[in-house]
Design a protein around this ligand. Structure first.
Ligand code: AMP
Length: 393
């Protein structure tokens, strides 16, 4: 038996973005209090937390106060320093563990781990020098996608080498980037679709799996997610089984999102695993019995996991950059708020930047086609032509 943390306890969250804010909403609904630690004083979760810390993660004084304040800890961002997590877990339960975080926060270490467990990933190699880049190109061929091993998200820190003429530009990036930056080159997968699966795993090994979601990205940023994915039941079963196996191999405790490519030849390949709730799982707030955030609360408090049932088909659309202003302005806003089946979530971020996730809208309907049609209509109202994000080449 694992001890249960009772309502009233203070749960600590490392990171204070929208995922932390949504976690806080779920925790408070269940009677818990939440302390957020995020160095950015403007991070959205600070506003909803019971206590907040906004000093750098290297601040030892805050580290000591944080550990005294909270009874259990989770994270909403994989780039939290693993050393901090390792220190914290000497005193408090931390889900996911620092060992799992260390594997997942580095793309190279993650892919090496998955390959060593015979889990399918795109062919990859480390790239440290121009010479090695040429060796990798001759082995994996072009196109090739090069990513920083750490800290990249939403397509940042990624370069696509489509053809030989793109090589010199990446060589320059490679030679001018800091010697501490490690690079991974991956075979560019021609996929039919991108999928994701949320897996929740408790300390006793109890596991639950959400339905398979189909995701569409633009310039590396999630545009929308459709659930259930339009795939055969045998493909859905294979995606779910693969995802459960990956989390079991990690001995992961917490909530994990497994992002997958369904390649043209039908193979499923793991793109990456996030050790936290995920943007593609936001639909669970409006369309499932228990949301991804409530599951995160349950895991860290040692409560039984919740039933995972899709109550209705759903499409989640991200509000990127100044698309949020369309939702808030005049008649167009009125139409969006009153669209049947639309749940509007706004993150309250003060600064609008191109491509920044400012909110999302989930469309639910009795039939998938209706939810998809509402989402498409919505997108055509709010979207601007995609701005070019230079790093994706
Ligand atoms: P990531 O940050 O690695 O999840 O990449 C963001 C997006 O870039 C993915 O969701 C894909 O749309 C695309 N992408 C990343 N890696 C690959 C790859 N090896 N092959 C094809 N597309 C990729």
């Amino acid at each position: 038996m694992h001890p249960i943390l009772e309502p009233g306890a203070m749960l600590g969250v490392l990171g204070g973005g929208q995922l932390g804010a949504m976690f806080t909403g779920a925790a408070r609904r269940m009677g818990y209090r939440v302390a957020i630690w995020d160095p950015d004083p403007d991070a959205p979760a600070h506003r909803v937390a019971d206590q907040s810390f906004s000093t750098p993660f290297a601040d030892h004084d805050t580290r000591d106060r944080f550990v005294d304040t909270v009874q259990a800890i989770t994270l909403e961002w994989e780039n939290i320093p693993a050393e901090l997590c390792q220190w914290l877990e000497q005193y408090r339960t931390l889900r996911p563990s620092s060992a799992v975080l260390k594997i997942l926060q580095d793309r190279l270490t993650q892919k090496e781990f998955l390959s060593s467990c015979s889990l399918p990933v795109p062919d990859f190699a480390e790239v440290e020098s121009e010479h090695q880049l040429h060796q990798v190109i001759s082995r994996l061929g072009l196109p090739l996608i090069c990513k920083t091993a750490r800290s990249g998200y939403d397509g940042k820190g990624q370069w696509l080498i489509r053809q030989s003429s793109d090589i010199p530009q990446f060589e320059r990036i490679l030679t001018t980037s800091s010697s501490r930056v490690r690079w991974i080159a991956e075979q560019f997968v021609t996929f039919v679709r991108e999928l994701s699966v949320l897996v929740v795993r408790s300390a006793s090994g109890e596991t639950c799996v959400y339905p398979v979601v189909e995701n569409r990205h633009e310039q590396g940023i999630l545009r929308d997610s459709v659930v259930p994915a339009s795939i055969s039941s045998s493909d859905a079963k294979a995606a779910r089984e693969l995802s459960v196996r990956a989390v079991a191999e990690l001995h992961g405790i917490g909530i994990f999102c497994i992002e997958l490519f369904q390649a043209k030849d039908g193979r499923l390949l793991i793109n990456e695993i996030a050790p936290r709730p995920h943007n593609s799982g936001h639909y669970t707030l409006d369309a499932c019995t228990v949301s991804q955030f409530e599951q995160q609360v349950r895991v860290i408090c040692g409560l039984p996991l919740g039933e995972v049932r899709l109550l209705s088909p759903a499409v989640m659309v991200n509000l990127l950059g100044d698309e949020v202003t369309a939702v808030l302005s005049g008649e167009r806003g009125q139409e969006i708020f009153s669209t049947s089946g639309a749940s509007v979530h706004l993150y309250g971020k003060r600064v609008i930047r191109p491509g920044r996730k400012m909110g999302h809208v989930t469309f639910t309907a009795a039939e998938s086609e209706t939810a998809v049609a509402s989402a498409q209509q919505f997108l055509s109202r709010v979207r601007k032509p995609p701005s070019v994000i230079p790093s994706i080449g």
